[in-house]
Design a binder for this molecule. Sequence first.
Ligand SMILES: Nc1ncnc2c1ncn2[C@@H]1O[C@H](COP(=O)(O)OP(=O)(O)OP(=O)(O)O)[C@@H](O)[C@H]1O
Length: 638
Amino acid sequence: MGAPKETLGFQAEVKQLLQLMIHSLYSNKEIFLRELVSNASDACDKLRFEALNNNGLYGDDSELKIRLSFDKAARTLTISDNGIGLSREEAVAHLGTIAKSGTKEFFASLSGDAQKDAHLIGQFGVGFYSAFIVADKVTVISRRAGLEHNQAVKWESEGAGDYSVEMVEKAGRGTDVILHLKDGEDDFLNAWKLKSIIRKYSDHITLPIVMKAEKWDEEKKEQVATDEDETVNQANALWARPKSEITEEQYQEFYKHVAHDFENPLGWIHAKVEGKQEYTQLLYIPARAPFDLWDRNARHGVKLYVKRVFIMDDAEQLMPLYMRFVRGVVDSADLPLNVSREILQQSKDIETIRGGCVKKVLSLLEGMADSDDAAEKEKYAGFWKEFGNVLKEGVGEDFANKERIAKLLRFASTHHDTTEQNVSLADYVSRMKEGQEKIYYVTAETFLAAKNSPHLEIFRKKGIEVLLLSDRVDEWVVGHLTEFDGKPLQSVAKGGLDLGKLEDEAEKKEQEKEAGEYKELTDRVKQALEARVKDVRITHRLTDSPSCLVSDEHDLSGNLARMLKAAGQKAPEVKPILEINPHHPAVQRLKYEEARFDDWANLLFEQAQLAEGGQLEDPAGFVKRINDLMLALSLGGK
Ligand SMILES: Nc1ncnc2c1ncn2[C@@H]1O[C@H](COP(=O)(O)OP(=O)(O)OP(=O)(O)O)[C@@H](O)[C@H]1O
């Protein structure tokens, strides 16, 4: 026999999760059954998959199913499956710890408010531990497929701080989860009640969920179990049914099962594709981002089936990275059953399927975004809030669909001047001024830095709209999206300012004249700042500020250079161009400055750095310069 009985402590996060769950989810307690049935179904799927290469795993029990049974006297409810089962090590690893990406973020976001937290727990996924909502003790007896009958494990816990594990005997393969119900939970010892919960939440499970049929006993005057099994769910793949036979609720419940989500999805597409590749897709867009959305290595959400047989979870080849929020199922009629991840990577057939799925998701999003129906538009706004930054990645990732993605992008802009990203490029173009040829944008690290960027002054004065880009991925977007609808995208902080037809001849003449008049001054400033700038010139961008920095047309933008540096990457050393505003008193004054010219020049440079959200190389030097100048001014003023 194996190791003796051992008592082990739960990982701290498990204890916390258990506490929270019991308190927050009590009002929705029947979901525990959905979670346990879902796990049982996953366990059968896993067995089926492993058995593709090792048929012996089935032994003499090849009919996979899930069984619900209860014992009124002992007040226990048991969920059994003949799936893959758990070894002792697996029981300890999976039922004593949480090994999910996003765990840290999840715990950090809890608020202590039961209702809000219930919501978050739902998003995080409650899984097995939800058993403790209705049970004060849970016993799991499991035998891993391929292990001997005396190598089974018994895991038991009262859901407080610890659990025990010991080796036991179990006749068949698979897992029994035995719930010792809490006082007052006798409702769950009732076949009618259990059936109605299964029909509500788990009807779409592809395996049969069976219970002993009951019949009326005249003597006892109650329903008693017979020896006959009865299947209580429909037990066929939801996606394989005709659309007309599926209700909205059934679609939603299926989503909750595949996505491990609590909330209803935002939308879905269900389609059967025929042609070179035959496949069915049922793809959902969640309403809320999961905790690991930002982890580009986290698991993906689309399950691959071949002719109704589950092949794998998270088939990353089915969806590009920028659509990692999509959840659902693809069922192919043509792929071989023994298809592996390696084969998928090179498969042309998968490429065709992926291309089809991406187009469908884009159409679904376009349907919401372009709808005249306010509720649909609202949905798209919700989608954008949750997943907009992921979709933006697609501009650089999916060349073939770049234009469709570009139409779906939403930005903040000076039109509304709020953080809300609700301006499409088409909206922008429709508001372009007469003679305006470019789509102007500014990038900065924060919304406020973008909104208050000195580079915008002339644009505000002339009433020209500028997109305010402050998400990290925005530099990537503008790096890949150089034009929209034939109009080039132009950074307001790059290159010489050429407003084209937006400026009249008189303005242009005036600017040339000023550049000549101030040549001596700009040369002097350039000399003073030689090590720090590429050039110094008179600006036409500024109306209120004395100076700003711009980068050369083909150089990295200041914002991108800062981002690369912050990410620990090497950014090529590029010097910015300093532009000074000839109408500003500080610049005017500089014309007559002698003794402290260098200090003034440096200050013009440093304040421009600060104004665009940059950091000073030598903050102490800056402070000293300011103080010296203030002192000089006040002394001079006496
Ligand atoms: N009936 C079962 N048979 C075999 N393994 C199981 C069974 N139930 C749970 N497990 C194992 O325990 C792990 C943890 O289950 P749990 O339900 O907590 O999380 P999950 O299913 O991985 O994710 P989620 O929280 O999103 O549901 C599972 O991943 C699985 O490995």
